[in-house]
Design a protein around this ligand. Structure first.
Ligand code: PLP
Length: 452
């Protein structure tokens, strides 16, 4: 069958992402062949409700003719051109005009990339360049967070705080350090979430003072932590981080690769959490994953300094602002905007998902905490709800739960002891009912495995 054929090719030739290839080869991956809206089909005809919008990216859903036509038309008109030879093209300019209409007013410039990892890779050189240009070349150190995820390349994986990634390949690179994650459920102890949020934020201040503010370039973080456990910080966290960054003149860099383009019900996640970053890393939802594209968005302060005083910035990517990607991104932003999909996420489908999850899992013996906003949510597995004791093998349990999910026809993600969902923003209430019901069955099966 096609399934076996593709599984054999995959086993022979691919080193796949974050998977034990040898173990995987024994079972063989599912072969996904078709997508429409929030639904996927595999090569055996089984249908799945995609609760993860691919990899937090197909915000507009699968199979949109407007995006497909935008790509085909642009390929026909001008399939490629660069921004190197003092040249530009319509597609990238149309996109930028639209993007800066959607972004808050403090942003003015963008460097386009092809992925989130690249956006964060570009961040390191751009921020250091900025401090050089404004006469503070000693400001070189980046502060990230434990279990932050900013990508898989050398620089981006260094900014990230995944221990097992650092162990593979001698990371982080020099000049990158980390502070704790605002994960109240795991580390909050007897503190209230508000007290814990402040304590975590003040770890940044301690670190800046230890390093010397004159040496610190930027703090880099996801507004809510995604791949590293789906952690929503207490409300007290971001305002205090903002105060500290301003006080010590440390740039605040928001990685919105997951959070951007409507996920929280706002266009950008920092708007939901109420802070003002100096840079925003974007990718994924920019094109709804139809083609690769990312970018590093810069505030006026940084953009103006680089343009007015920077001279040549020795930096460029062949595919920066690729016309086909730009045309698809524009069609995607137009659709999200004109169809009111972000407002719908904020006012209707987002609150509906959050309410449904709390109704179904609020009393569940396996679930200690439900977090989320808009169309992104996490279910925290726990052994004891009162003491917030977590299972020692929580990652095995969530992995099993995700496999039960596949069997039930729903794709939900396992991340460090939490089950995560982030469906396409076009999901309807009826589809949310299915998502929650199928997830309940997967979690119940995991509970039964444990004899609960
Ligand atoms: N930043 C965040 C917050 C992410 O979640 C990811 C990917 O999941 C990345 C960066 C890396 O993006 P990419 O996989 O497109 O390189």
């Amino acid at each position: 069958s096609d399934t076996q054929r593709y599984q054999a090719i995959d086993a022979a030739h691919h080193i796949n992402a974050f998977l034990d290839q040898k173990a995987l080869n024994q079972e063989g991956p599912r072969v996904m062949v078709k997508g429409r809206g929030v639904h996927l089909w595999d090569s055996d005809g089984k249908q799945y409700l995609d609760g993860m919008s691919g990899l937090w990216c197909t915000n507009i859903g699968y199979g949109r003719q407007d995006l497909i036509k935008a790509a085909a038309n642009q390929m026909d008109e001008l399939s490629y051109y660069n921004l190197f030879f003092h040249t530009t093209h319509p597609a990238v300019n149309e996109l930028s005009e639209r993007l800066f209409e959607l972004l808050p007013g403090q942003f003015s410039h963008v460097i386009y990339t092809n992925s989130g990892s690249e956006s964060n890779e570009v961040l390191i050189r751009t921020v250091r360049r900025y401090w050089d240009v404004v006469g503070k070349p000693s400001k070189k150190i980046f502060i990230g967070r434990h279990n932050g995820y900013h990508g898989s390349t050398v620089g981006s994986a260094s900014l990230g705080g995944m221990k097992f990634m650092h162990e593979m390949g001698d990371l982080p690179i020099p000049g990158v350090v980390h502070i704790g994650e605002p994960y109240w459920y795991a580390h909050g102890g007897e503190l209230s979430p508000a007290e814990f949020g402040l304590q975590c934020a003040r770890e940044l201040e301690t670190k800046i003072l230890e390093l010397g503010a004159d040496n610190v370039a930027a703090f880099v973080a996801e507004p809510f932590q995604g791949a590293g456990g789906m952690i929503f910080p207490p409300e007290s966290y971001w305002p205090e981080i903002q105060r500290i960054c301003r006080q010590y003149d440390v740039l605040l860099c928001a990685d919105e690769v997951i959070g951007g383009f409507g996920r929280t019900g706002e266009w950008f996640a920092h708007q939901h959490f109420g802070f003002e970053p100096d840079t925003i890393s974007i990718a994924k939802g920019l094109t709804s994953g139809y083609v690769p594209m990312g970018g590093l968005v810069l505030s006026r302060r940084i953009g103006a300094a680089l343009v007015e005083h920077g001279g040549v910035f020795a930096h460029g990517l062949t595919y920066s602002g690729h016309p086909v990607a730009a045309a698809v991104a524009l069609a995607n932003l137009d659709a999200l905007d004109k169809e009111g999909i972000v407002e719908q996420t904020r006012n209707d489908t987002g609150p509906y998902l959050q309410k449904s999850l709390r109704e179904v899992f609020g009393q569940h013996p396996l679930i200690g905490e439900i977090q989320g906003t808009g169309l992104v949510a996490a279910l925290q597995f726990c052994e004891n709800k009162e003491s917030r004791k977590r299972f020692e093998n929580e990652s095995d349990l969530t992995w099993a739960c995700r496999t039960h999910g596949f069997d039930e026809g729903v794709i939900i993600r396992s991340t460090l002891g939490r089950m995560v969902m982030a469906p396409a923003l076009v999901i309807t209430r009826a589809e949310i009912d299915q998502l929650v019901e199928k997830t309940r069955r997967a979690v119940d099966r995991t509970a039964r495995d444990l004899g609960l």
